[in-house]
Ligand binder design. Structure first.
Ligand code: MLT
Length: 406
């Protein structure tokens, strides 16, 4: 008899964004004449930067000639991309990261989901609330939690992120081993200061804990005082793994390229207390389970770091931040408390109403898709998330429709 992984029974029946897509499809099927505007899932709409397209075309041509054809590449990514990442994303910001510490992958979703495989079953996990559901659900699937009651899984240490702490979690009041942090934050759009990150690094160092730092939205930071990487904080390279993605940075949601940084000085421990390199473990996992991102896509990602490429992505991301400003202003006009949308593409709005009802009302009456806050955790109750990823025309139209509904 084939037994199933019964931990799956603890999960909601579908993943947040699949559930929303299902509801939107049902509405659209019943109302084919209505034009729905999607400000729900954070999916980019602007085309890839011309520098990336040119690099991808050239790489595709190389694949068409025996002299330049490439088969399997290194699982960890080609050196040309790993070197460009280490130099531009890290060393240029004073962070001591070597190309050999970069693992190129097909997405930060997959990386943040898979990383838990290299940790023990009995670890105590600190989970911000609200949070990107992938962090929670992959630990549920792996059996590190009990059941979900009242919106919270037993076994996790939740860190509430509320208006009171400016949506940046406080240190836990009980010992934890693994800490998920995401800045600029999904879903709240909040950012963490150097001082706040330094406290987390200090905590991790003092407690032999590890920080998983998701920096997928780093390219939207405009405030020069906000760190782009956890490795800008002294001592972080011994206690933190960082995740980045070209998805939101450069429009690669459909193209797929991302990376994880696992410094060689980062360690975990055996039950006997012996230190083990997490870089070695992740390299073992990655080489066994992953065969690399395709060559043309890695060449396209490399082009992000050219002068033209970096200017083009900056212009596109400024454009999305312009959308965010329009959304913020419209929502604020109606007296709602909101955060985000300044150094990140998401706006987190306190509606003080049932979030699912609010979602349904906005869909039915304005044909605009938003994300109900409780999909990100209990602290999302009464909130909604609005994404700034869309065309200017659609954002303006969506705001005009929302004005009539709010
Ligand atoms: C989101 O909307 O939260 C993101 O697009 C999800 C993701 O990046 O997987």
């Amino acid at each position: 008899m084939i037994l199933i992984n019964e931990n799956y029974a603890k999960l909601p029946s579908s993943y947040l964004f699949s559930e929303i897509a299902k509801r939107v499809k049902t509405y659209q099927d019943a109302n084919p004449d209505k034009r729905v505007i999607r400000l729900g899932i954070g999916d980019v709409t602007q085309p890839l930067p011309p520098a990336c397209i040119a690099a991808m075309h050239k790489a595709v041509d190389e694949m068409g000639s025996a002299a330049t054809f490439r088969g399997y590449g290194p699982e960890q990514g080609y050196d040309f991309l790993r070197e460009a990442i280490a130099a531009n994303d890290y060393r240029a910001r004073g962070a001591d990261i070597d190309a050999s510490e970069i693992f190129v992958s097909d997405g930060a979703k997959c990386d943040t989901a898979n990383i838990q495989e290299i940790f023990g079953q009995k670890i105590k996990i600190a989970m911000p609330d609200p949070v990107y559901p992938v962090y929670v659900e992959t630990n549920v699937m792996a059996g590190r939690t009990g059941r979900c009651r009242g919106g919270r899984y037993s076994g996790l240490v939740y860190l509430p992120c509320t208006a009171e702490n400016n949506y940046v979690p406080d240190l836990p009041t009980e010992p934890v081993d693994l800490i998920y942090l995401c800045f600029p934050n999904n879903p709240t759009g909040s950012t963490a200061t150097r001082k706040q990150l330094a406290r987390w690094v200090e905590y991790a160092r003092a407690n032999k804990a590890l920080i998983l730092f998701d920096a997928a939205y780093e390219a939207f930071i405009r405030d020069p005082t906000i760190p782009h990487s956890i490795y800008e904080i002294e001592g972080a390279r011994d206690v933190a793994i960082e995740f980045r993605s070209f998805s939101k940075t450069a429009g690669f949601t459909g193209t797929r390229c991302a990376f994880a940084v696992v410094p060689k000085s980062c360690v975990g421990y055996t039950r006997k207390g012996e230190a083990v390199s997490l870089h070695t473990l992740w390299n073992r996992r990655h080489t066994t389970k992953f065969n690399g991102v395709s060559y043309p896509i890695q060449r396209a990602a490399e082009a992000v770091y050219t002068l033209e490429g970096s200017q083009q992505i900056q212009a596109t991301n400024d454009f999305y931040l312009g959308n965010a400003r329009i959304i913020r202003e419209t929502i604020a006009e109606h007296g709602y408390h909101l955060t985000g949308g300044v150094n990140g593409p998401y706006i987190w709005v306190r509606t003080n109403k049932d979030s699912l009802n609010f979602f349904d009302r906005v869909l039915q009456k304005a044909q605009v898709v938003i994300t109900p806050g409780p999909g990100f955790g209990l602290c999302g109750k009464g909130y909604i998330r609005i994404s700034a990823f869309n065309s200017r025309e659609n954002v303006e139209e969506a705001m005009a429709r929302l004005r009539k509904v709010l």
